[in-house]
Design a protein around this ligand. Structure first.
Ligand SMILES: [Zn+2]
Length: 302
């Protein structure tokens, strides 16, 4: 099966339409080791009612065939080798040295990173809990505490007639390094905007997931697309927006949270934080990062 890319850090290719209007399209095929994708243009505010298009203007991503699949040893080697030639992903602040505990509320943004040495100790294979039709065959790992609520949510979605897909879960520091290095090679000017440096991805926490929908290809007009802003218009995307909090999941990067998270709108990216907090955020219309920065102490503790 094809090897792909991931969401946030998936490969993306910016496309500019004449007149300087950002055209966007995201297509991503992904698998395990080589994410790449980047949102192109700052997703503008919500409304759009001008042109003939019925669909809002989203960022576009183009899948980049990756040549480095599963093998982590070799992947790591590649990274190490490339690291020097690319804008350095090395720690830039005390935050990048943080090693979070098992709590579900670790702050991870473009500003606040975590150590390259951190990897959850309770990762399990999601493929042991969800059928192929949901994982699409991708090897996916998540932390144990996320399994039960996720499986319950998927079952309820299917019972409601939906066809949810889980396309990505835990991503190691090494895997993120690879994605970051590749993006910098392709487009260094925008790498910091559209991709995440290693240590700054919530996927490293093991509590974050990227969802997919079989409706996306038709909506976007690209057969192999897996991640696109239009996900919010799919039946699965809309259901998640309305119900994910009931299972403890929250949308990490809503349109309005860019200033705080440093990341553009990602309607497919959900993080598990527990039902109580997720529900509070949902009721208050608050992004998790906004809540964290307002209620938690400065995360950069050496
Ligand atoms: Zn994601």
């Amino acid at each position: 099966m094809k090897q792909g890319l991931f969401c946030v850090f998936c490969i993306i290719v910016m496309v500019w339409v004449s007149g300087c209007q950002p055209a966007t399209a995201v297509s991503i095929t992904h698998p395990s080791a080589t994410p790449t994708a980047v949102a192109t243009v700052p997703p503008t505010a919500t409304s759009t009612s001008t042109s003939s298009a019925t669909l809002p203007p989203p960022p576009t991503f183009t899948a980049v065939p990756s040549s480095t699949p599963t093998a982590i040893p070799s992947a790591t080697a590649t990274i190490a080798a490339t690291a020097t030639a690319v804008p350095s992903p090395t720690p830039t602040s005390a935050c990048d040295l943080r090693i979070p505990g098992d709590a579900l509320d670790t702050v991870v943004t473009l500003q606040y990173g975590i150590s390259r040495d951190y990897a959850p100790a309770d990762l399990v294979s999601l493929n042991d809990y969800l059928p192929y039709r949901v994982t699409q065959g991708y090897p996916i790992e998540i932390r144990q505490p996320v399994v039960e609520p996720l499986v319950q949510m998927i079952e309820d979605m299917e019972a409601a007639g939906l066809h949810p897909e889980v396309l990505s879960g835990y991503r190691s520091y090494s895997a993120q390094s690879i994605a970051w290095a590749k993006w910098n090679e392709k487009n260094p000017e925008t790498a910091a905007i559209v991709s995440a440096p290693p240590g700054h991805s919530e996927h490293q926490l093991g509590t974050t997931l990227d969802f997919g929908s079989p409706e996306l290809p038709d909506l976007v007009g690209e057969e192999d697309i897996e991640f696109h802003t239009y996900f919010y218009m799919t039946s699965e995307g809309q259901w998640l927006l309305a119900h994910a909090h009931e299972y403890g999941f929250t949308l990490s990067y809503p349109r309005e949270a860019f200033e705080l998270t440093g990341f553009y709108y990602e309607p497919w990216h959900y993080r598990y934080i527990g039902v109580e907090l997720a529900t509070t955020l949902h009721e208050q219309g608050l992004a998790f990062t906004a809540y964290q920065l307002a209620n938690f102490p400065e995360p950069c503790i050496p």
